[in-house]
Design a binder for this molecule. Structure first.
Ligand code: ADP
Ligand code: MG
Ligand code: MG
Length: 209
């Protein structure tokens, strides 16, 4: 059976925490170049809190686990990224509902996440934000679902698309968030939020592998 369950979300959160912690300095350096340098610390604090919360509460469905991740990130990450990631996980939970985490479920939850981020932050494609990683990831997952692929294949495609999307932010001029204050000088640097989104989606794929 290819359908993922609550243990996938728990493993995802655990691998995301490892990835964020291992990349804390790298994310700080990306944010120091075009922001205020706190993105790595913000996310490391958030995902450490998520791990503690999930261990404590042992949620009994993927949706309950995603909601717990959302509320924990909202109350611990801060900055621009905290409410955006919080909304992403909350809308992922709502989009999934009671449905199975098959490829269509993966596509639905990623689509919900990117819709939540854009509803909250108003960034469009090409604005040099996390949306430039999340949107292609959701599109890639939908394509796999439409072809009848597996949840694991949808997650792998999403992670690959997010990595490519994060890399593609390098030449962009930021039009949202702190980096937009730099105008043209924001070009030539990868967006930290797009990079962290790529790491988090790679963790999602690895958790299912
Ligand atoms: P802050 O800028 O408040 O210090 P962080 O450093 O934690 O917050 O997060 C910065 C990241 O948030 C950016 O790299 C970008 O990806 C993302 N971001 C900022 N504003 C927006 C927005 N309006 N829409 C989507 N993402 C955004
Ligand atoms: Mg910052
Ligand atoms: Mg900040």
């Amino acid at each position: 059976d290819d359908t993922l369950d609550t243990s996938w979300v728990l493993r995802w959160a655990e691998l995301a925490q490892h990835a964020v912690s291992e990349n804390r300095i790298a994310l700080m350096e990306l944010d120091r170049a075009i922001g205020d340098g706190d993105h790595g610390d913000n996310l490391d604090r958030g995902f450490t809190a998520v791990s503690a919360k999930l261990a404590d509460a042992s949620p009994d469905s993927p949706t309950a686990a995603l909601k717990l991740i959302a509320t924990t990130l909202m109350s611990t990450v801060g900055g621009a990224a905290g409410p955006l990631y919080g909304t992403a996980f909350l809308r992922a939970a709502t989009a999934l509902g009671d449905g199975p985490v098959d490829a269509a479920g993966v596509a639905a939850l990623l689509t919900g996440a990117v819709e939540g981020v854009t509803a909250r932050g108003r960034a469009e494609a090409g604005d040099k934000t996390m949306v430039d990683a999340l949107r292609p990831a959701a599109e890639a997952a939908r394509a796999v679902a439409e072809e009848g692929g597996s949840a694991r294949a949808a997650l792998a495609a999403a992670a690959d698309a997010a990595a490519a999307g994060a890399e593609a932010t390098e030449p962009m001029v930021a039009r949202k968030g702190r980096a937009s204050y730099l105008g043209e000088r924001s070009a030539g640097h990868r967006d930290p939020g797009a990079q962290s989104s790529a790491l988090i989606l790679r963790a999602a794929a690895d958790a299912a592998a």
